[in-house]
Design a protein around this ligand. Sequence first.
Ligand SMILES: Cc1cc2nc3c(=O)[nH]c(=O)nc-3n(C[C@H](O)[C@H](O)[C@H](O)COP(=O)(O)O)c2cc1C
Length: 216
Amino acid sequence: MKAVSTTTLIEALQWRYATKKFDPNRRIPQDQWAALEEAMVLAPSSFGLQPWRFVLVETPEIRAQLPALSWGQTQSVDCSHYVVFAVRKGLTVADVDRYVDRIAEVRGATRESLEGYRSFMLGSHKAASEQGRLDDWSSRQVYIALGQAMAAAALLGIDTCPLEGIEPAKYDSLLGLEQEGYSALCGLAFGYRAEDDKYAQAPKVRFARTDVIKHV
Ligand SMILES: Cc1cc2nc3c(=O)[nH]c(=O)nc-3n(C[C@H](O)[C@H](O)[C@H](O)COP(=O)(O)O)c2cc1C
């Protein structure tokens, strides 16, 4: 692994902003898009359970309906690629088992050797379920992937805008997520800023580092 320099990292994160206006004429090249999909797939999650689905909305007729379901925001149609970050609703024991099967496959481990890890995960799953915070727990994982996707895009010089200003239930029915057991949390528009997007020039508003980072 070749590390990027601190300058490259901070420049990319300073350069990134929530893009309000995309250039509708520019498309992300295929190899870069493939890398961004991989960045989403590689996102970490609690236990590695990956309780998510990243829905790439490609069909023009479907995309055209999104601004009306996104508080009138038009990034979903003007951007190059639009992904809906959806959470697995009501994560089940079968989902945990599917993951255990995948570990066995990828790492060449026996199912028996993974039994301890499985029980450990099921303990957390049961507690979250009994306390009614299963979907909340899963949703937090999805936001990790969202952050990773934005940072990855910035490092490639690709703009993004996260959109939580959406109507999740309407997204779910439009994208057929409900029947698959998923629900939309946030959209993420990828592409290139329009030259006249004035937000690109606005200084970043962040609390001072000394206010946010505590040393103990
Ligand atoms: C989870 C999440 C949801 C957001 N939803 C919207 C949105 O619906 N529309 C929008 O224009 N910006 C949205 N934003 C962008 C934030 O307003 C923006 O990140 C914040 O003001 C900081 O500005 P910066 O990202 O340009 O540095 C969202 C950001 C996050 C992290």
